[in-house]
Structure formats: structure tokens, C-alpha cells
Design a protein around this ligand. Structure first.
Ligand SMILES: O=C(O)CC1=NCN=C1
Ligand SMILES: [Zn+2]
Length: 422
């Protein structure tokens, strides 16, 4: 049996071994640690996990041996909620935000998402590509090997397609694997302010079928929020999306408890995201319907809002994942390690729960649990070598990048904290 690469001398190998479903409750605290371990890799996949020098039984002179120097190794991190492709930035709204002007008020003044829509429309595909590639390089340097990327800054067909095409090209060109989401229902364009139905019909009758026909998005998402799309509007759009074969996500109960959590359970969404204001009834329904609660603590931090009640969700048996929500308004940061640190410091999760939430459970949030999210035979050799002795250290020592090396399908893509792919 040919072995291409062995990564040996792993001090602590955190496998995050899956259970065939998202981890819930006590399971979220189990990460499966193997000491003094090695991983054997062929054709970018994990073919053996063992201890000490047992790899010598399966390797030969063609096998590359790399030394993990006794450090910590985890599965590649997964950022399961990003607004990756967008034009411009919104630091001009920063002082308004600091002075307490609510996010929704800035949006209603024609700023917020709508100002990014203008910048995205004006930007060329090349500019969008270059800007998003820089963000992907940053994510890779933080240990992210797979991510989700939403559209939603066009709010009309051509620009929504422009965004999705840019994401598709990045998916091909960049080491990070992307999962694509159509978010045409991200905001109401000003001209439809008094006539939501006209815009919703354009989304459902024109955009969704075209995006599906072009194979540009696997998921459909809606921003259900007071002043944006109502629960009834969200249900209509997502039900039509389901009929067309889209998998479903929802921005739910971020600011107001509208009932987005209940809707996500009713429609069996793959994930329900934000949930800072989710009701207990909604969370219980999500647990019953295996909807992953995708929590975005860096957005709470940036908006100076209360954190989602992660402890209650875990107690209620809801599967949790964590992600960045990277976007130019409510979360202008690609730093998933900071999200992990806020998972402990803000959401009061344990370090082990956090690691599961950005690996195996995040894989379920993007329906990639069969390929990534844990270090198991047959899965992609997406691995992070952290310059840390254990999982606790990653959360305890905050505000720095702990990555030593990143491997994407067995290929070294980050070394000395720098991307080195060609
Ligand atoms: O503000 C943005 O650009 C992204 C966002 N959509 C819903 N919440 C945040
Ligand atoms: Zn978002």
C-alpha cells in the first residue's frame, strides 16, 4: 500500500471523531485525544492513524515523513457562515455604530447591507476576486480549510450571479474548499420598500431558478429579521427553495425573537444561524429536528449585543457549531480563532465543545460531514498543527494566531504562519 506522507510525533492528536450525526449535550465535550500519534496519508485522504513509530511498518523510501514536533494537531477548521465575496467596506459607519445607532437603523437609512450592495455592483469580478482571495488567505493562515460563502450583495440577478461566479472560481483556485449559498433575500432594495411581494417574486421566480440552473449555489438562505424579511416571507421563500432542491439555512432571531428558530425546525433547515434572541420553544423544536444552531459570537462582540445562550442550547440537546459571520458590517473579521476564544469567554462553552463546534459539528452545518470535520480514515487530510500543548491553550491565550502548519488534503499550504501554496 503506497503511503505518500506520514505526520509523526504528534503530541496530542484531537480527532473530533464523529458519531454519524451532529454531537449534542455531553457529546460536545468529547473530542477523542490520542497521545504520541501519527497520521498516514495517501492521495490526500487519511489512511491510518496510529501511535509512536508504528508507521514504520507501512512506509517505504517514497513516503515523506514530517515531524509535528510534539505539538497539537486538530482537524482543519470549518467556517460555516461567511459573506466572503463583497465590495467595499463600512468603516464610515463605525462611529455611528459606536455612538449606539442600531444596526437595523443604519440599514433603514440606506446604509449597512445596502451600501455594500452599491459597492459590490460597482466592483469588477476581478476586484471582488482579489479582495475575497486575500480573506481566504487570512482564513487559511488561521487554520480554516473549508468555508461557506454567501451571495446577497446584489439583490438583483446579474450581481448575485457575479458574486457566486467569483466564489466558484475561488473554490477552484484556492486551497480552501467552499460551499455556496444564495442569499438574494438578504435585504429589501429601496425601490421595493413598500412592495416586498414584487421583490420576493423576483427572488423566487427569476433568481432562484437561474442560480439553480447554473449550479451556482447548494444552499438558499434568508435574513429573517424585523425590518427585513418577516417569518411569513421567509417561510414562502425557503419553501419554494426546498421545492427547487436547495438545502436551507436561515439568519434567525438575531436581534428580535421573530420565530426563526421555529421556522428552521418546521422546514428542517440544515442550520439556523445567529439565534441570540431564539425562544426556548424554538430551540426545543430545533433539537427535535436536528437543525444545527450556528452561533456567531464575534458578531455579538462587534455589535455589542448579548451572546446567544449556548449553554441553554447544549442543555436542550441542540447541536452547536460556531462560525465567523465574516462580512463588512456586523463582523469585519476572518479570525475564526478569535471566534473560538469568544466561544469560551462569551458563550461559556468549554474548550472541547468549541473544538467540536468548529470541526465536526460545523461540517454538519454545511452538509460535508462525510468528507471533513474529523480525523478519521477515509476523510480528507485537512489538518492544523497548532503551536500549543493542548486544546485549552488555544482558547486561554487569546488574540494571537496559534497556527504552526496547515495541510489541505495532505499538502502543506501554511508554514511559519504564511500561506505557501502556489
Ligand atoms: O451586514 C451585513 O453586511 C451582513 C449581515 N447580514 C445579516 N446580518 C449581517
Ligand atoms: Zn450572516
Amino acid at each position: 500500500m503506497r503511503v505518500d506522507l506520514v505526520i509523526k510525533n504528534i503530541g496530542k492528536l484531537v480527532t473530533c471523531k464523529g458519531l454519524g450525526r451532529p454531537k449534542v449535550g455531553q457529546e460536545m465535550n468529547e473530542v477523542d485525544i490520542i497521545e504520541d500519534a501519527y497520521i498516514a496519508i495517501r492521495d490526500g485522504k487519511i489512511i491510518e492513524i496510529g501511535i509512536k513509530n508504528d508507521y514504520k511498518k507501512i512506509t517505504n523510501s517514497y513516503t515523506k515523513i514530517e515531524d509535528a514536533k510534539g505539538l497539537l494537531v486538530t482537524p482543519g477548521l470549518i467556517d460555516s457562515h461567511t459573506h466572503l465575496v463583497h465590495g467595499g467596506s463600512r468603516e464610515n459607519e463605525f462611529s455611528k455604530k459606536l455612538s449606539g445607532v442600531p444596526y437595523i437603523e443604519i440599514l433603514n437609512q440606506g446604509g449597512g447591507i445596502l451600501s455594500t450592495v452599491n459597492s459590490t455592483k460597482e466592483a469588477s469580478s476581478e476586484d471582488l476576486y482579489d479582495k475575497a482571495k486575500k480573506s481566504l488567505d487570512r482564513m487559511l493562515e488561521f487554520g480554516v480549510t473549508s468555508a461557506e460563502a454567501k451571495s446577497g450583495y446584489g439583490l438583483e440577478l446579474d450581481t448575485e450571479i457575479k458574486q457566486l461566479n467569483v466564489a466558484k472560481k475561488l473554490d477552484k483556485d484556492h486551497p480552501i474548499d467552499l460551499v455556496h449559498t444564495f442569499l438574494g433575500a438578504h435585504a429589501i432594495p429601496i425601490k421595493y420598500k413598500e412592495n416586498h411581494k414584487e421583490y420576493i417574486d423576483i427572488i423566487v421566480e427569476q433568481m432562484m431558478p437561474k442560480v439553480k440552473e447554473l449550479g451556482l449555489a447548494e444552499f438558499c438562505d434568508v435574513f429573517c429579521e424585523e425590518g427585513v424579511f418577516s417569518i411569513e416571507e421567509g417561510e414562502y421563500i425557503l419553501s419554494k427553495a426546498k421545492e427547487m432542491g436547495y438545502k436551507l439555512k436561515i439568519h434567525a432571531d438575531e436581534i428580535v425573537s421573530l420565530g426563526g428558530a421555529q421556522l428552521s425546525a418546521k422546514l428542517k433547515c440544515t442550520s439556523s444561524d445567529h439565534l441570540m434572541a431564539a425562544s426556548e420553544e424554538g430551540l426545543k423544536m430545533m433539537a427535535k429536528n436536528n437543525v444545527v444552531a450556528n452561533i456567531l459570537p464575534a458578531t455579538s462582540f462587534n455589535l455589542n449585543k448579548s451572546y446567544a445562550n449556548a449553554r441553554k442550547m447544549i442543555d436542550l440537546g441542540v447541536a452547536l457549531s460556531l462560525s465567523s459571520d465574516y462580512n463588512p458590517g456586523s463582523c469585519p473579521s476572518e479570525n475564526l480563532q478569535f471566534v473560538m476564544q469568544l466561544g469560551c469567554l462569551g458563550l461559556k462553552m468549554t474548550p472541547n465543545e468549541v473544538i467540536n463546534a468548529v470541526t465536526i459539528n460545523a461540517a454538519y452545518a454545511i452538509d460535508r460531514q462525510n468528507e471533513i470535520g474529523s480525523i478519521e480514515i477515509g476523510k480528507k487530510a485537512d489538518l492544523v498543527v497548532f503551536d500549543a500543548p493542548n486544546v485549552e491553550y488555544l482558547m486561554y491565550h487569546f488574540g494571537v494566531n496559534h497556527v504552526d502548519k496547515v495541510y489541505k488534503e495532505g499538502v502543506l499550504v501554511v508554514e511559519n504562519k504564511q500561506v505557501i501554496y502556489n
